[in-house]
Design a protein around this ligand. Structure first.
Ligand SMILES: O=C(O)CCC(=O)C(=O)O
Length: 345
């Protein structure tokens, strides 16, 4: 059983509002024994919009996820839309450098599927979301040296829950530093409960995904979230966050990011089906993580397929044309995260 303690997080340079929790696996009184600390997890998450669980995964677990990352990128777990054909005898480095990020790895990897509901993750999610938790997405960032980051955005822009419970669990598979492109957040920015608009940007530091704009914060309001491998950063879907390129000379900044929400909320992620009222639109390609599915009469669906995230090197038409466009905050048929909307002229 796990127990939780909180402490000031020295990784973040002692910046205000950054609490940290650590689990130890040598007690058997579990979460109940740490009720006060649990309260502080909830408070810290509510106040800052994120929460760091330092070194929550063991080195062995981190190693297992790294090995699985390589196997996925080698195509050993099955087909991923956007993968290039394998070249015989390629080194691990060649393989890992090919892709910035693979979306939905849990669709082809039993290991990635298992980690969606890892005990440390589920324990925190049930505190910050509620007893019934579902997962709808995973993303495996590899971000080799030289690869771009992601511009300011809020995850609820892309994955809209109806009760604002979207929560990312950002699992560091390498030490994440300012140099290699760690996450940056604007603490407390989730509290306005506003979804800021997005446009395509022209900033070569970031990949082709949209950039939020118009919000009343400046870059000086943001802080880096530097964590050691195995740490998990939980963050709210309304929190403004971004990351910079990996500026290290070599290596990777690998991270597995899974997204979760309350199972009570419908998820109009892909909009209503043909003839369906938008009020009942509900994306059902989900995995239950904790508690019960309150909609047991609904079927589960297979909607998501693993795919490579487009980067600057990879077919970002809007980038090449250097135009700023509003981004449609929903999927159309065949519209993928990071895709440019069709040209209308
Ligand atoms: O890890 C990164 O570089 C960006 C992750 C991110 O923006 C997200 O998970 O929403």
């Amino acid at each position: 059983m796990a127990s939780v303690t909180t402490a000031a997080n020295s990784d973040s340079g002692g910046r205000a509002g950054v609490a940290a929790a650590s689990y130890s696996s040598d007690t058997d009184n579990g979460m109940a024994a740490a009720a006060e600390s649990i309260e502080s997890i909830r408070e810290s998450y509510a106040e800052n919009g994120y929460y760091i669980l330092p070194e929550a995964l063991t080195p062995k677990e981190v190693e297992e996820l790294r090995a699985e990352t390589t196997a996925i990128c080698r195509g050993e777990r099955g087909d991923v839309d956007g993968f290039e054909p394998n070249v015989a005898g390629e080194s691990e480095e060649d393989v890992l450098r090919r892709y910035l990020c693979v979306h939905f790895p849990h669709k082809i990897s039993e290991t990635m599927l298992d980690y969606l509901g890892h005990r440390q993750i589920a324990d925190v999610l049930t505190q910050v979301i509620g007893p019934n938790v579902k997962c709808m997405q995973s993303m495996l960032f590899i971000k080799a040296a030289g690869k771009p980051g992601q511009a300011w955005h809020q995850d609820e822009f892309s994955i809209p829950t109806r009760d604002r419970t979207l929560t990312g669990a950002w699992i560091a598979l390498d030490d994440a530093t300012v140099e290699n492109g760690c996450l940056w957040v604007i603490p407390g920015s989730h509290k306005r409960c506003i979804i800021w608009p997005q446009h395509y940007h022209e900033d070569p530091r970031f990949d082709c995904a949209g950039e939020a704009y118009g919000f009343p914060y400046s870059d000086e309001d943001s802080i880096p979230v530097e964590v050691r491998a195995g740490s998990i950063v939980f963050f709210n879907g309304y929190l403004l966050h971004r990351s910079f390129p990996n500026r290290a000379q070599s290596g990777y900044r690998r991270v597995l990011v899974n997204h979760y929400m309350s199972a009570e909320s419908l998820l109009p992620w892909r909009g209503p089906k043909e003839g369906e009222h938008m009020a009942v639109a509900d994306y059902r390609d989900i995995v239950m993580i904790a508690g019960e599915d309150p909609y047991p009469w609904k079927e589960y669906e297979e909607l998501a397929a693993p795919q490579v995230r487009p980067t600057l090197e990879g077919g970002c038409e809007t980038w090449r044309r250097g135009r700023k466009r509003e981004i449609l905050p929903f999927f159309k048929d065949g519209f993928r995260p990071g895709d440019a909307p069709e040209d209308d002229d």
